[in-house]
Ligand binder design. Sequence first.
Ligand code: NZQ
Ligand code: ZN
Length: 392
Amino acid sequence: MLNFDLHIPTRIIFGRDTHKQIGTLLQPYAKKVLLHFGGSSIKKSGVYDAVTASLKESNLEFIELGGVVPNPRLSLIHEGIRLCRQEGVDLILAVGGGSVIDSAKAIAMGVCYDGDVWDIFEQQKTITAALPVATVLTIPAAGSESSNGTVVTNEEKQMKLPYGSIHLRPLISVMNPELFFTLPKNQVANGVADMMSHIFERYFTNTLQTDLTDGLCETTLKTIMKNALKVYSTSQNYDAWCQVGFGGTIAHNDLLGLGREQDWACHGMEHELSAIYDVAHGAGLAVLTPAWMQYVYKDNINMFVQFAVNVMGVDVCYRDPDAIVLEGIECLRKFFKQMGLPSTLSELGIDESKLEVMAKKATGIAYGSENPLGGLKKLYWQDVLEIYKLAK
Ligand code: NZQ
Ligand code: ZN
């Protein structure tokens, strides 16, 4: 096991009706709030009315900026930074999913940065401050409600880049699983694929002596899969949503990755799909993950046997580890299919024309410095291209 540094300060308020407490929760921290949200979902579901009523009840002044789209755009973030400075906002409240929360985090650090916020992403600059961010989560998926990360699309440059800092963990996140009842099936499935990937990126490692986090990863994966099928078929199953929702947070607050070398190749490869083709992050991961497993498993077959047996429930046949692994991957593909997720790039509308461009962007070689992806196996642009081809 490796050394680690754990700091997860986000206060998480979980359960029925909790979003109605948001005004009281924010009162000690803010005088003027930027209420940040996406499209029409929070107005249709009544969440917008409940949140604004709560802010008013607590006498919190607020201004609004809606319009965040999935794969949140830099242009709206620039607008948010300008607005926060002009209005003297001291806290950003993100009501929505990963895209809204990530947009809020980028605005929060941009307000405190004397320059273009995109430089922070592109040059991976160290930030020293950000406005506090609070969240009311409406879709369990990205884990941004307690992660230290934000992922933003620069639409002009067709680049989608992640950035992480201890200053970006939200101050408070409210999770009422009842708010997930209105999610369309494809968003339920995308969210589940993303949270599972957050665990895979940590679970598949060459680091040894990681029994505790291995077990936490395996249990969280099994819990999410079992309950994901329930909420996929019955959208109002509160108890199952509790498991999926909490699972999504645990999947990405880094508890499960402590002391292990992490991988993150699938995320690196997927961000290129989202940047160029604007695909949903979870759907892209569902396509790439089994292909990645197939390509890399021989480099650490024991890890993949453990996954097949402990997570996917493959019957052991000790003398044929390849067969165990391949069956485990097949079971994962079947699960994604049951959740209505795509299994090929062509189902995402992606043809072969830009596979090489994406492989070179993902590994940095397109920008002049090669930065191979992956921890379990280092992937150079030619490897990434092979994985994209396997996922065709
Ligand atoms: O815009 P509205 O109308 O609100 O609709 C949204 C959006 O279209 C809809 N939705 C959300 N809650 C709903 C709802 N519809 C009905 N009922 C509800 N309760 O869902 C759609 C998708 O929303 P989005 O926020 O894009 O989803 P998600 O949470 O999956 O976020 C994806 C983004 O997070 C990034 C991804 O790259 C992607 O850009 N990630 C962020 C991470 C982080 N900050 O730590 C880590 C992840 O790996 C991920 O990269
Ligand atoms: Zn993700």
